[in-house]
Design a protein around this ligand. Structure first.
Ligand code: DAH
Length: 347
């Protein structure tokens, strides 16, 4: 082939390469183009080998021509490579976009159990009246749960407090049946004047729609010089109004507890009706039985070595669960302890 023929070949190759570059759409296809036009078996390589067969005079010019061809092809590939790279990145960005307009996943918040909410509200009210909050052990001795509270082993009042006894190294322990033992424990450690409330879990052998074998009480105790029954009435009346509304009235009925004398059963006027025959909460009586209370029996003071001639006091104990049920209109105590989310998420 002479120089003229060579020129034509070169031009033809340029055109072919340009067309192939145009068609290539991925870096892989572009690599194929590079091998085809610049590789060892390419037409260009063959042309180079053919230089030796040319007239000596023609060789430099043809060599130059082929070098230019090589540069031009390499340049074209380089340019196309950048273009394809840009397109591939753009496509990738397009495919991998995150739709930030999607709504987020809302975190789910828990809520305080209705009994805890009720206990907190009750404690707040007594705190505003100067009562300190203390807690006692749920497993206590027979002495604190009964004997020190003027309830000796033969006392019939023990029957209502059947519970689980635990043999602990010979000492008679039990699951406490009320929060009253903390009266004694606290008085042993403190001198009057004192005012405490004791929230906590208590245990009895009871299970029906209104009794749970584990339930919660809030015990109260105030001791000092000149503490009177009217103080008890005032404190409980104020508690009733704060808890169930300013219209709420209290009623005291004579009752019996071994650790108080006199003792009373205290009712709150029904805040769900106006003495309505059909009221399901008070059953038409207009009153709700809420708690037990009374003046601290001198026998209890004797157990803690307080001078019963000098000090008087009042005590009361009420069910937190019962108050929560009344406050929220819960008909069955058992639902409070089933951890059913359909119930709990309502609070
Ligand atoms: N501890 C009693 C009970 O669980 C409730 C009670 C009644 C507590 C009268 C008192 C009280 O402090 O004075 O049945």
């Amino acid at each position: 082939m002479n120089k003229i023929g060579m020129n034509e070949r070169v031009e033809a190759l340029k055109a072919e390469a340009a067309a192939a570059l145009e068609k290539a759409e991925t870096t892989q296809q572009l690599e194929d183009v590079r091998v085809r036009f610049l590789g060892k078996k390419s037409e260009l390589a063959k042309l180079r080998k053919g230089i030796g067969a040319l007239d000596k005079a023609e060789r430099p010019a043809v060599g130059k021509l082929l070098t230019e061809l090589q540069r031009s092809l390499a340049g074209g590939i380089e340019t196309r490579l950048e273009e394809i790279g840009r397109q591939e990145r753009a496509r990738q960005l397009q495919n991998e976009t995150i739709d930030i307009t999607l709504p987020g996943r809302a975190p789910s918040f828990g809520s305080e159990h209705p009994i805890s909410q009720t206990a907190r509200r009750m404690i707040d009210i007594f705190q505003s009246l100067g009562f300190e909050t203390v807690e006692g052990p749920e497993i206590d001795t027979e002495y604190y749960n009964f004997d020190a509270l003027n309830t000796p082993a033969h006392h019939p009042a023990r029957d209502m407090h059947d519970t689980f006894y635990i043999d602990c190294g010979g000492k008679p322990y039990l699951l406490r049946t009320h929060c009253s033992p903390m009266q004694v424990r606290y008085m042993e450690q403190h001198r009057p004047p004192l005012r405490i409330v004791v929230p906590g879990r208590v245990y009895r052998r009871d299970a029906d729609p209104t009794h749970s074998p584990m339930f919660h009480q809030l015990e109260g105790l105030a001791v000092g010089e000149g503490v009177r029954f009217s103080d008890l009435k005032g404190v409980l009346a104020l508690f009733a109004q704060e808890m169930f509304g300013a219209e709420t009235r209290v009623r005291f009925r004579p009752s019996y507890f071994p650790f108080t004398e006199p003792s009373a059963e205290v009712d709150f006027s029904c805040s769900f009706c106006d003495r309505d025959e059909s009221c399901r909460v008070c059953k038409g009586t207009g009153w709700l039985e809420i708690l037990g209370a009374g003046m601290v029996d001198p026998e209890v003071f004797k157990a803690v070595e307080y001078d019963a001639e000098r000090y008087t006091g009042f005590a009361f104990g009420m069910g937190i669960d019962r108050i929560a049920m009344l406050k929220y209109g819960i008909p069955d105590v058992r639902i409070l302890f089933q951890n059913d989310m359909r119930f709990l998420t309502q609070f």
